[in-house]
Ligand binder design. Structure first.
Ligand SMILES: C[S@@+](CC[C@H](N)C(=O)[O-])C[C@H]1O[C@@H](n2cnc3c(N)ncnc32)[C@H](O)[C@@H]1O
Length: 215
């Protein structure tokens, strides 16, 4: 795949599935106590680090942004797909959502208290990860918490349909937690903890708790 084609394909794919994705995910958090507990821990660490604005990068329909808000976190959502952002604004009218890319966040240096990226890095190719993590570090305050959720494993597959059989054209990348942690270390983050989920299922997950260095 050439250059930024993946961004165009990801945007178009999630524009196509935005409404059905929102429908499927609306109540999904309640079914996964480990995700809820990870978000609770994240909210605690945001508070302990002094609060501030928190980005949900690749927020999709905004259900995680809304959950963080309920936990007292000053969260806003950002997503590549304008249709996803439209759905997020419709479903959560009191919250802030913006169209944008993790590769170029368009936010001021050190303007965020914390950042979360839940299952959005799964579409970012390996060669773009250093750019994305450099952006995360640039916009975070020193010591700011970072929470990442992603598919655990190794290898990539092309997803050609999803969320009710709608056409998609996105690569889904699985990564070992150690590889993600190494990329984070190179970008100036310290990984503090990890949670592995659904190890007996076809799509296991990993959640990494990290923090921007204080340099
Ligand atoms: C699998 S969905 C996850 C959505 C939500 N975070 C969740 O946990 O349900 C992936 C989302 O990441 C977004 N995304 C992918 N690449 C992105 C990028 N470079 N910048 C911003 N959003 C991106 C997609 O548009 C899509 O909404």
């Amino acid at each position: 795949m050439d250059g930024d084609d993946w961004l165009t394909d990801t945007r178009t794919s999630y524009d196509t599935v935005a409404a059905s994705y929102a429908e499927q995910m609306r109540d999904s958090l309640a079914e996964v106590p480990f995700l809820l507990s990870a978000l609770g821990l994240f909210a605690e660490s945001v508070r302990a680090a002094g609060g501030g604005l928190v980005a949900d990068a690749g927020c999709g329909p905004g259900h995680v942004t809304a959950h963080l808000h309920k936990l007292g976190v000053d969260a806003f959502g950002l997503d590549l797909s304008p249709a996803m952002i439209e759905v997020a604004r419709r479903d959560h009218p009191g919250l802030r959502f913006m169209v944008g890319s993790m590769t170029d966040l368009g936010l001021t240096d050190a303007s965020l208290g914390a950042l979360l990226a839940f299952w959005s890095l799964v579409h970012v190719p390996d060669d773009a990860i250093p750019t994305v993590f450099a952006e995360f570090r640039r916009v975070l305050r020193p010591g700011g918490p970072l929470l990442l959720g992603f598919h655990l494993g190794d290898g990539s597959r092309l997803k050609t349909q999803g969320y009710g059989g709608h056409p998609m054209n996105v690569y889904v990348h699985r990564r070992p937690a150690e590889r993600m942690a190494a990329w984070l270390g190179e970008a100036g983050f310290v990984v503090e903890s990890q949670m592995l989920l659904d190890l007996d299922k076809p799509y296991p997950g990993a959640i990494l708790f990290a923090r921007r260095d204080t340099v």
